[in-house]
Design a protein around this ligand. Structure first.
Ligand SMILES: [Fe+2]
Ligand SMILES: [Fe+2]
Length: 220
């Protein structure tokens, strides 16, 4: 099972890390010029994974470890989304968000949202780094390369997610430094896009890899 403890590296080196990654993988598509709206997973082009005929319910249960990990991240993101909605609601929050207590100082609330986003960027980057470095290569090599197409698509989706992580990380830093309404709006829009993209990517990945993980890897 994936370890959840994230080494909290110093912020500057973390951002450098992201730049290093871009520089080290020149074949990565440069998505930095695309607008937030245009960043897209191209869901219509998603290949289906071939069935693993020998996979049993036990294998599928093992494969659902990935779904459990994803659910956890989505729950964290939903909590951040609730904080965001509470800040946006201002003085008259809906009943279900009243338990989220805000500071009287709005700039403090903006900063708090910024630091939640910055932390989530690290968590998601960590998750995808493990998949890219360990799980994908193993699945790619499994079954005589029968999952190659699916893994290639998942890697292409990781590039979109990474681009959004880089943007949200920067927007969060800017917001913490200068907690203005405009910077809050920028971070909020980037956060919402990242959540939407991550939710879709997780669903595709966990569905297509459920048998491959259980049958070929046993655990992740
Ligand atoms: Fe992934
Ligand atoms: Fe994943």
């Amino acid at each position: 099972m994936e370890r959840r403890s994230i080494p909290r590296s110093d912020k500057a080196s973390h951002v450098l890390d992201l730049f290093w990654e871009k520089a080290s993988f020149p074949d990565m598509t440069d998505l930095s010029a695309q607008s937030l709206d245009d960043l897209d997973l191209d869901e219509a082009s998603r290949p289906k994974a071939p069935k693993v005929p020998a996979a049993t319910d036990m294998h599928r249960r093992q494969g659902r470890q990935l779904t459990a990990i994803h659910r956890h991240y989505l729950m964290e993101m939903a909590q951040i989304g609730a904080v965001l909605a509470r800040i946006e609601a201002g003085d008259a929050p809906p009943e279900n968000l009243k338990r989220i207590v805000l500071s009287l100082d709005m700039s403090e609330n903006f900063r708090a949202f910024g630091s939640l986003c910055g932390r989530e960027c690290q968590v998601l980057k960590f998750h995808h780094d493990i998949e890219g470095a360990d799980m994908f290569p193993r699945i790619q090599a499994a079954g005589g390369g029968m999952f190659r197409e699916v893994v290639a698509k998942l890697l292409a989706e990781h590039e979109v997610v990474h681009e959004l992580i880089i943007r949200l990380d920067r927007a969060a830093d800017t917001l913490i430094e200068n907690p203005s309404e405009a910077n809050f709006g920028q971070a909020a829009a980037t956060y919402r896009k990242l959540e939407e993209v991550v939710r879709s990517h997780f669903g595709y990945e966990e569905t297509e890899l459920v048998e491959a993980i259980g049958y070929y890897l046993g655990s992740i």
